[in-house]
Structures are given as C-alpha cells and as structure tokens.
Design a protein around this ligand. Structure first.
Ligand code: F6R
Length: 612
C-alpha cells in the first residue's frame, strides 16, 4: 500500500526521502513523488518506480531541509503522473501526502467546486488539501489548525503529512486507520508509514493514535493533540528492529532470503517460550487470558490471505488438542455479515503487518459485541496489537517480500504453542503427549533447515513446469491449508492460475481440469490420511495428470506413481505444515523467476492492505 516519508531538520531532505521511499517499496506501489520547500514548493512526481522519479529529478532543484515523499498504490483514479502524490492546494502553497481513503470526498469536492476550486487529479487526497486551504483562507488559521478543522469534516481513513510554504519550519501529521510513526532525532523529525525508513537515523519513536495529530516544529518538542483539540502526552518507544533485516544480505531477492531465514525465524518465534527441560510452553503475552481461552465456548480466527491459511491450520490444531470449537473467518466477510458473537467467544486475529484494514475493522466489531480479542502479529507496535486485549508477537523479523513466507510459518508456530498451552491447562491432552509434541516442535527449525536442501530439486521441477497455464494443489487435513497456501504463492508471484483443494474434493469438480498438461502438486506425507491421498494420486494419474508429490523421507509408494517427488523430514502430523510449506514457497519463487516476474513486488499487490 501507499508509503509515506517526511523529514524536517538541518540535513538535506531529498536523500533521506528517496532512501525512505526505497525502503517502503516492498509495500507495493505504482507511482511516487516528492515535494521539498526551499523558498518555493518544488514538487516532482511520476508514474512508475522510485528509480524513475530519481531520473526525473536529475538536474532539478531538490535542495531544502523540509520535505515529504510518497509511493502511491492507486485507489481513486488511474496510476499516472497527475494522480501521484504529493498534491498541492489551489494556491500552490500547501502540499499533502496521504494514505487511506476519504470516503466523503465526493460531496466535499462538489462544495469546493462551487467555491471556485479547480481540481487537477481524480484523487480524494487533492480534495483534502483544497479543503485545508479553503479553511485556512476563510478562517485565517495557521496550518496546524486548518488541518485539524478539516479533519473534523472528513469521513474515512487517513495518514497524512502536510507542509506549507509559509510555515516552512513545520510538518503536520495526523492519522486515523492508516499507520504513522514519528522518529525523533537530534533537532530533527522523521515521519513514515512504518519504521523501516526511520530506523537508521533514530530509534526513538512515537506511534500516532487514531484521530491524533502531531505538530512538529524545528527547534521545538513534538506536540500531540486529538483532532478534537485535546492535548496528548507523547509516549516514546524504542525501535528494536535490526537494520540488516532490511537488506537482502547476499540473496538475489527478499523472498528467497526470507524463505531461507525460516529456521531462524521459527526459532525466534519460540525463543524464551519453550522450556525444553520441563517441556513447558509459555506465551507471556496471553498468560492472563489462559482461563478465558480454556473456558471459551468458541474460538474465532479472523484474518486475510496467507494469515487466513495459518488460521485454518490453527483450526485443525485447536480442535484436535483443546476440543474447543473453532471457526476461521475471512475478516472482510466477517465484518459485514452481522455474525453472532458473545462474551464467551475468544477472537484470535492473525496478521503479519498488523495493519490490514479488514482485520482491524473485524476486531473493532467483535470487541463492541463483548468478545475477548487476542492478536498474533509480526510488526511490533502496529495497529492490531494496539487494538487487541492481548496477544503474542511472532518475532519473525521484518518481512519485505510482498509474498508472505516466514510470517506464515511463525504464525503456525505460535498457534501450535497456543493450542498446546490451552490443552495442557484444560487437561485435554495427556502430559506425555504434550511433552512429546513440545519436543517435536522444538526440532522444527532443524527440520526446516533439512527441507531447504530440496531447493535444487525444486528448481529443476520449476524449470519443467514454468510454462504451465494452470496448477492444482491438493492436500488433506492439516495439509489442506498448505495446498491453499501453495496455490496462493504461485498465483501471486508468477501469475499462473492455481487452485488449492482438499484432495478428496477433487472428484467433485476440479478433476474435469486434469489432462496431460496439468501439474498437480500433492502434499502426501506418510501421516494422517496417507492411503486416501494415494488414491487421489491414482485418480490424477488415470487422467494423465502430472504429479509433483511432497512426501515423507524414504517414501516408496508415492514415488512409484509420481512424476516428481520432494522429500520432507518425517514429523508429527500436526507439524507437517511447518515443513511442507517450504518446498511450495521455493517452487513459486523459482517459477516466478524463470518467467521473469518481479518476485519481491508482484504486480497489483501491496504488502499491507490498509484500505478495504
Ligand atoms: C500473501 C499475502 C497476503 C497477506 C494478507 C494479509 O502472500 O501476503 O495474502 O497474507 O494481505 O496480510 P496481513 O497478514 O498483514 O494481515
């Protein structure tokens, strides 16, 4: 989604802004722009990547120590030069960058047009900066007050930064719904939509709350207030993010780096939470809610995309181990379907970014209805952890590749630990089985390491099928969500149509698709419904489909039938998703690369989906 960077201080703003935009490229965008004040308001923007903007500004006036910059992911209006941010007011004295959607921009625009405003773009953002100017001119207010008054007329979500040529020592920032973080340097301020552009300059930050604004003035302390004009005390936090995590570290792509990081990211997820000597799992963040979970009549998992797939694995885990009924919901459906929610329900919201608009809205709705809300998030300090009653961070480290990889395995790891913790507390598992599973979970990072050694085999399979037009992914039980996740990864980054299905459902429809050109990826470990999956493989073979099977080490039965096999270590059935997902991530990666796709920033996709 859109990215925001702003700077005010003694240094030249442009290099900081451009570097910041590069840091935010992972979020997904289609145009970019920058505005710097240096006597005049110098604004440059264009469709395309940040590199294009850099070429565009060559030889132009980019000096100045106050500026704003933006990467836009189109919502209102085509991705083109005019719709790109920043946008300026009619008199050219004000500029704005904005993430989110102003829902009532239509009526506001009509009103402003009646008053003589002429708009250049199709965006809601331009309407907002004209509104701010209109208020400033009519009510003779300073820029901060004009922004505050304007925001009281706005319906929708926003994270904005506004600069004014006439008050060129101030950045005005505000947020509702979309995230915004302010870095406090030595006599300087940084603003960004997440901490990645800030961390190399300062670790002292303030996260803005909803309907809160910041007035940042050179030489003064940060001033925070609500948009209803109540003064707030800033709550300073320290960033713990590691700068190396934002670099590719020798890998060709972030996605590949993040796939290979999984032994360590899963280890990080478990760090300090599993005591191997006494075999105890402890998730400190939810300890106070253990009883609530044990007594829950129902657990609802809400999430989107890959996080929803993790929730599905969670359903199998929780029901098997805790015997508590679980429902897994797409946040976007849940929030609009008037679901039955009671105070005995526990909602677990799962999100890598912690900013997904639908998940956030679903949380707010369930909260209003009295449910207890827990979060499983990766990004520390993001909106979802702040909106939930309690939760557990996955601690997988920054995930920069748009396609989620290490976040998924860490989410499944947390869900496994949660299910084990509740089962033990509830007495729905024997002590010996509990300890056996804890030990097995602790071994998973090593087994992921072993699984990563299949990379060359997977690459060869990718070369064979890179030109296929369709793929089918099949799995049963715990591996049905793995099939869904494998298919999602492939379509996201290679643009090949892929479907994930529970293997037995194939004969109820998708079997019609199978012919000699159809690769079918089957997750067939020697666990659970193995014999049934073998029958599904035979059904595919009988129709000349090509089988790529993910099998347990040493398997011979499937090997005889399959066209290709990828061996994974033998692990507990409920832990198979943690290893079986790895070769599917690699398969998508290699196919996308061979097809010349942009692996880290696939077309049309955004890393954190902060709009509906
Ligand atoms: C897939 C992917 C998306 C996200 C989804 C939810 O690779 O990245 O499907 O999983 O947009 O995002 P989070 O987890 O940030 O809420």
């Amino acid at each position: 989604m859109c990215g925001i960077v702003a700077y005010l201080g003694e240094k030249q703003a442009y290099p900081i802004l451009i570097k910041g935009l590069h840091r935010l490229e992972y979020r997904g965008y289609d145009s970019s722009g920058v505005a710097i004040i240096n006597g005049s308001m110098n604004l440059y923007k264009c469709k395309g990547k940040v590199n294009k903007l850099e070429n565009f500004v060559k030889g132009k006036n980019i000096s100045g120590s106050i500026g704003i910059a933006h990467t836009r992911w189109a919502t209102h209006g085509q991705p083109n030069d005019i719709n790109a941010h920043p946008h300026t007011s009619q008199n050219g004295k004000l500029s704005i960058i904005h993430n989110g959607i102003i829902e009532n921009y239509g009526p506001l625009k009509e009103e402003l047009e009646k008053r003589g405003h002429i708009f250049l773009s199709e965006t809601d953002t331009e309407v907002l900066i004209h509104l701010i100017e209109d208020i400033q001119e009519n009510e003779k207010l300073d820029i901060a007050e004009s922004v505050r008054v304007a925001l009281n007329q706005v319906i929708g979500a926003y994270a904005i930064v506004v600069i004014s040529k006439e008050e060129d020592n101030k950045l005005i920032a505000a947020k509702k719904g979309s995230p915004l973080v302010i870095g406090i340097g030595d006599g300087e301020f940084y603003i960004a939509s997440d901490a990645t552009p800030i961390v190399e300059y300062t670790r002292k930050v303030v996260y803005l709350e909803d309907e809160e604004m910041a007035i940042l003035e050179k030489g003064k302390d940060i001033v925070l207030k609500s948009i209803s004009n109540i003064s707030h005390t800033p709550y300073f936090q320290q960033l713990t993010m590691n700068l190396d995590a934002l670099e590719k570290g020798g890998y060709e792509h972030f996605m590949l780096k993040e796939i290979f990081e999984q032994p360590s990211s899963v280890r990080e997820t478990m760090r300090g939470r599993i005591n191997i000597h006494d075999g105890i799992v402890k998730l400190g963040g939810i300890t106070d809610y253990k009883q609530k979970l044990v007594k829950a009549k129902r657990i609802l998992m809400i999430a989107c995309g890959t996080s929803w797939h993790a929730g599905l694995v969670g359903e199998y885990l929780f029901e098997e181990l805790t015997r508590i009924p679980v429902e897994v919901e797409y946040a976007s459906e849940f929030r609009y379907r008037n679901p039955v929610i009671t105070e005995d329900d526990v909602v677990i919201a799962i999100s890598q970014s912690g900013e997904t608009a639908d998940t956030l809205a679903a949380i707010k709705m369930a909260k209003k209805k009295g449910a207890t809300i827990l979060g499983i998030c990766n990004v520390v300090g993001s909106s979802i952890p702040r909106e939930t009653d309690a939760g557990s961070y996955t601690h997988a480290g920054p995930e920069i590749g748009v396609a989620s990889t290490k976040a998924f395995t860490s989410q499944v790891t947390i869900l496994t630990m949660m299910a084990l913790m509740i089962a033990r507390e509830k007495g729905s598992i024997t002590t010996s089985r509990y300890q056996q599973l804890v030990l097995a979970l602790e071994q998973i990072p090593k087994q992921i390491e072993e699984t990563l050694k299949t990379n060359d085999i997977v690459e060869a399979i990718a070369a064979r099928y890179k030109d296929s037009r369709n793929f089918l992914y099949l799995g049963r039980g715990y591996n049905f969500p793995v099939a869904l996740e494998g298919a999602l990864k492939l379509k996201e980054i290679s643009y090949i149509h892929a479907e994930g299905y529970p293997a037995a459902e194939m004969k109820h429809g998708p079997i019609a698709l199978i012919d000699k050109d159809m690769p079918v990826v089957i997750i067939a470990p020697r666990k659970g419904n193995y014999e049934k999956v073998v029958s599904n493989i035979q059904e595919v073979k009988a129709r000349s489909g090509k089988i790529i099977a993910v099998v347990s080490k040493g398997d011979t039965q499937v090997r005889e039938m399959a066209d290709h096999v990828i061996e994974i270590p033998c692990v507990e059935e409920m832990l198979v998703p943690l290893v079986a997902t790895i070769p599917l991530q690699l398969l998508s990666y290699h196919i996308a690369l061979m097809r010349g796709c942009n692996v880290d920033q696939p077309r049309n996709l955004a890393k954190s989906v902060t709009v509906e």
